[in-house]
Design a protein. Structure first.
Length: 138
């Protein structure tokens, strides 16, 4: 199971994209919480447009979509208190635990939590400025 940060990294082909590819591309074993669909769609729509967001979510929906039901919600509430996690993160972690899935993420909230495969977010590569060009505002 990949959280929103991993999906966004993958869709952006950002520095950690390859680390999430194995989990994302293992479609028969892929678990996707519905809240992750929400977070990823919202961000892709804002940054890349509706058509791109729809294609991204279509790829996500190839996995097993887990809706937020009462059992997930109550489990998430307990996890939120125990781990001091925000609501969306606790729902994602509850979903992974209830489905015995490893959670792949680069979200620091999960760094030391068992059952999580955490990758520190890598900075984007530095692109050298062409000679003679000044940075904006100088």
């Amino acid at each position: 199971m990949v959280d929103s940060s991993g999906w966004l990294e993958y869709f952006a082909d950002a520095p950690n994209a390859n680390r999430f590819a194995a989990a994302i591309e293992a479609v028969p074993r892929l678990v996707v919480p519905s809240i992750t669909l929400y977070e990823v769609y919202k961000r892709l729509d804002a940054e890349r447009g509706r058509a791109y967001a729809q294609r991204g979510v279509a790829q996500m929906m190839q996995g097993l979509i887990i809706d937020l039901d009462a059992h997930v919600a109550l489990t998430a509430a307990q996890i939120s208190r125990a781990e001091r996690l925000p609501m969306a993160d606790s729902i994602i972690l509850a979903t992974s635990r209830l489905h015995r899935a490893t959670l792949w993420t680069q979200d620091e909230h999960f760094e030391h939590i068992p059952g999580v495969r955490y990758f520190p977010k890598m900075p984007p590569p530095i692109v050298p400025r062409p000679e003679g060009k000044k940075s904006p505002g100088r």
